[in-house]
Write a protein that binds this ligand. Structure first.
Ligand code: DGI
Ligand code: FE
Ligand code: FE
Length: 191
């Protein structure tokens, strides 16, 4: 697809080499998971490719994007700059790259915190970000094993991993992350 090549050039101009390589790896992993779980391979690939498009932006650029597109931050969001690239990235791809596809925009918007009632595309992106070939955090092989077995089991594991990591570092947990966790465990209890 011609567009993909254009997006890659934009990404290369915005991201350092490490982050660009990560984006390519997440795109491949998202496509693989879409094939495995009956998702939309093109949307998942594109969401993976573009998900960290504003990751290397400085605070000034993030704040500029929030102002331009009328995004108001909660107190938790103001204090957690690591969450900004998901919000600014979604606004960037929707309004600057003009990708008017809610499934792709939403997947990028929630790729860091997750949220309740995520679409298959959003879940796939969230997990592909954890299991992409470039990842090497402790436990990466546990979640790689789980994602081959069940998307929901891998999803709950990833949420727990994130919540444990945040609490250990005394960081605030975004309400969307709590909602994703609650919804998923309640759903598991039903079975
Ligand atoms: O952008 P990546 O590094 O590929 O991965 P990501 O978008 O999942 O970002 C991970 C970072 O975001 C990690 O440092 C933890 C942080 N994070 C994720 N969920 C929350 C969070 N930080 C806070 N304060 N609250 C959250 O709920
Ligand atoms: Fe990210
Ligand atoms: Fe990422």
């Amino acid at each position: 697809m011609q567009k993909i090549d254009e997006y890659k050039i934009i990404l290369q101009s915005r991201l350092d080499e490490h982050r660009y390589n990560h984006s390519l790896c997440v795109a491949d992993e998202a496509k693989r998971l879409a094939e495995k779980y009956g998702g939309n391979t093109e949307k998942c690939f594109l969401a993976g490719l573009l998900h960290d498009i504003t990751k290397n932006s400085d605070p000034k650029e993030h704040l500029q994007i929030f102002e331009t597109f009328g995004i108001i931050l909660s107190d938790i969001e103001k204090n957690a700059q690591k969450l900004w690239h998901a919000m600014s990235g979604a606004a960037y791809i929707e309004n600057v790259l003009e990708i008017r596809d809610n499934e792709i925009v939403d997947a990028i918007r929630y790729h860091t915190t997750a949220k309740a009632n995520m679409s298959l595309t959003s879940k796939i992106l969230y997990l592909a970000d954890f299991t992409s070939a470039d990842r090497n955090y402790p436990d990466v092989n546990v979640i790689r094993g789980l994602v081959e077995k069940s998307l929901d089991e891998a999803f709950i594991y990833a949420l727990k991993y994130t919540i444990i990591d945040l609490t250990e570092r005394s960081k605030a947990i975004h309400p969307d992350t709590v909602a994703a966790y609650n919804e998923t465990v309640l759903h598991l209890e039903d079975n």
